[in-house]
Design a protein around this ligand. Structure first.
Ligand code: FEO
Ligand code: CA
Ligand code: CA
Ligand code: CA
Length: 656
């Protein structure tokens, strides 16, 4: 999601404030005590440099004393790309970029050729959607480790209406959209599944694949499962059962499960709804989830279910993690309510050492929370079907960070602690539908916008990307969110008991520390912290998506660097233990106006797939006069969100 959308001056409609609108919806933030002392306690230089993981994993500990002198020991050997901001996509010298698929390219058989001047619903339903975000690569054949043949599953998070359609007015364009245009937007949301192959070192999309599939906001029927399925608060006039939802909204990041399914996250679902629901029974719930009175889109003008005065329960059917099987093109996606309802950035699973599945997920809102889910049942590596509904029963937890470096996972279980009828929770379904309010009552720690949360199977630690929070005032800083006016964001590392593959992700107490504080290390006002040898191009701003490669290195994609730091968004890699810990290195950068999403590696680490989202989305940019026409650079083609495959010239592992 772009950081600067609210600054494009297209008010009130056309402005999509997303999560950076200067407000938040967490009422407890202003009531909590402050933790200034935590900052000092957690920021002794020694603690910062070591990282608890290094100690826990027994890696690099003996060399920490001499770390500064050994900074050149980063395992990442590519020549860094300079900071910059122009119309093109750049990757470090020695690497190749292949634009694999673009908005409008065919996905399903029979897709019409893309014609941006005459877009139709029928065409878009079979074409690649807009604003690619999450990318997952799943090998073919299923269950193999193939790194040159597989499925790509790609989220289409949202649409930039004014960059998508010709001839719109600069302001209030949502009010003039035709029904056809609105339905094109709905068809451009959702996901795409495409089959991809590497032949002769070059990736291509297989043109007619039996796996090819579009999932959309308007056409794909989904099942609701878990404790909230069929609950009264999920029932609508179109679905009196509360178990069938047509469509998914604002699919941001996600993850691939160990049983070969995809988890896709419904993030800013609130923005699609419209109307003043103050007199509905869901008013407080809608407020806590930030539903606007005037939608960020024009869809409600043609779709009554998006008007909260008419269908107050419809918003309760979004904000979930959705799981589906991309190997079966007829599979019905399932909304997994046991994992809670919030603005899921994504979810990443890991198989705990006892066999249970643990999923980590962040709620991307200023001052909202970090969660994890632990399945009741154990993963069965020998029977894929047995894992099919494993995410329907288990326990959701929310994180409380303490000053002494302890992280406590608090269970969201109906009847426990404050989660009782006295507080308006009459069942586990209520707790899950209002997970945010449950977290408020349990005393969870308000964070600086949790984006991707990704465990490192090799190291056993978990990286929590916190993108920024300029609303955090000096009296609200705490250990895991140590900076006021946090415009550059940071990365927190969670450390379960044990180490490496023996780490206990199901434990209820972890340790935590900070991997890095983004910003310019040469600018004291930023209060940035990295490895001391980070270069002038190696510092970053507004971390968002991430990927951990099979060597345990963390790759951080950014969203918002142009406005916060003055250079294009892109991707930075770093070691997470040893001498190169927190020594971020700049690997690629995106065309102007875009953010980088979806970094995902093939199992051999020799291909990196990335998604360029909303190219040309900046002030003064329009369909007719965009600030970039990447990737086509044709006068008849607007900028197109696209997926890019990165490989090393002559092969080899990305980054080294
Ligand atoms: Fe869709 Fe939080 O980024
Ligand atoms: Ca973001
Ligand atoms: Ca994101
Ligand atoms: Ca990720």
């Amino acid at each position: 999601m772009p950081q600067h959308a609210a600054k494009r001056g297209k008010s009130p409609q056309g402005t999509r404030p997303f999560n950076d609108d200067g407000v938040h919806s967490n009422p407890v933030v202003d009531e909590r005590a402050t933790f200034q002392e935590v900052v000092e306690a957690r920021f002794r230089r020694r603690d910062f440099l070591r990282g608890v993981s290094a100690v826990a994993a027994g890696v690099g500990v003996s060399r920490i004393g001499g770390w500064d002198a050994l900074a050149q020991d980063s395992s990442l050997t590519f020549k860094e790309l300079p900071h910059g901001n122009d119309e093109r996509f750049h990757v470090a010298e020695g690497y190749e970029q292949t634009v694999l698929i673009r908005w409008g390219d065919p996905v399903e058989g029979g897709a019409a050729p893309f014609d941006p001047m005459r877009q139709t619903v029928g065409a878009q339903l079979k074409q690649f959607g807009y604003n690619n975000d999450f990318i997952g690569y799943l090998p073919l054949p299923a269950g193999s480790k193939s790194s040159d043949h597989g499925l790509l599953v790609i989220n289409h998070e949202y649409t930039n209406t004014d960059l998508m359609f010709p001839g719109l007015p600069e302001k209030d364009f949502n009010n003039v959209l035709s029904r056809e245009q609105v339905d094109v937007e709905m068809a451009a949301h959702g996901l795409s599944v495409v089959e991809v192959k590497k032949e002769g070192g070059k990736w291509t999309v297989v043109p007619t694949s039996r796996y090819a599939r579009r999932i959309t906001a308007s056409t794909t029927e989904m099942r609701v499962a878990g404790p909230a399925a069929g609950h009264d608060r999920l029932k609508t006039s179109a679905d009196p059962t509360g178990t069938r939802v047509v469509g998914t909204l604002n699919n941001c990041a996600g993850g691939i499960t160990q049983w070969g399914t995809v988890m896709t996250a419904e993030e800013n679902f609130n923005g699609y709804f419209s109307g003043d629901g103050a007199n509905t029974k869901e008013a407080a719930n809608h407020k806590r989830y930030g539903l606007p009175k005037v939608s960020w889109y024009g869809w409600h003008r043609y779709h009554d279910r998006l008007v909260v005065t008419k269908e107050p329960n419809e918003p309760n059917r979004y904000g979930w993690m959705v799981e589906f099987d991309p190997y079966d093109p007829l599979s019905v996606p399932v909304k997994r309510t046991a994992m809670g309802r919030f603005k899921h950035e994504g979810a990443n699973t890991i198989i705990n050492k006892d066999g249970r599945v643990v999923a980590y997920s962040g709620d991307d809102e200023r001052f909202d929370y970090l969660y994890k889910f632990i399945s009741d049942r154990r993963f069965d590596p020998d029977n894929r079907a047995a894992n099919k509904d494993i995410l329907d029963s288990g326990t959701l937890f929310v994180a409380r960070f303490d000053a002494d470096g302890t992280l406590t996972w608090l269970p969201l279980v109906w009847g426990a602690g404050p989660l009782t009828p006295e507080n308006g929770f009459d069942s586990q379904a209520d707790v899950l539908i209002e997970a945010r309010r449950a977290g408020d009552l349990l005393g969870a720690t308000p964070m600086d916008r949790p984006e991707d949360v990704e465990p490192s199977p090799m190291m056993g630690t978990v990286f929590v990307i916190l993108t920024n929070n300029t609303s955090r005032s000096k009296d609200k800083v705490d250990g895991p969110n140590p900076r006021a006016n946090n415009k550059h964001g940071h990365v927190v590392e969670l450390v379960p008991p044990g180490s490496g593959a023996d780490s206990d992700h199901a434990a209820l107490k972890f340790r935590w520390n900070i991997l890095l504080l983004a910003g310019n290390p040469k600018n004291p006002e930023d209060g940035a912290k990295y490895h001391p040898e980070v270069t002038e191009d190696g510092w970053l701003s507004c971390p968002d998506n991430c990927a951990v490669d099979s060597r345990g290195r963390l790759w951080i994609a950014t969203d918002g660097a142009p406005s916060a730091a003055g250079f294009a968004d892109g991707l930075w890699g770093t070691d997470t233990v040893g001498n190169g810990r927190a020594l971020t290195r700049h690997f690629l950068r995106t065309p102007r106006g875009s953010e980088l999403c979806g970094p995902f590696f093939t199992p051999d680490d020799k291909t990196l797939f990335v998604a360029v989202q909303h190219p040309g989305d900046e002030k003064g940019s329009t369909f007719e006069k965009p600030t970039t026409r990447w990737p086509d650079f044709s006068a008849s083609m607007p900028p197109r969100p696209s997926v890019v495959a990165i490989t090393k010239v002559n092969g080899g592992v990305i980054g080294s």
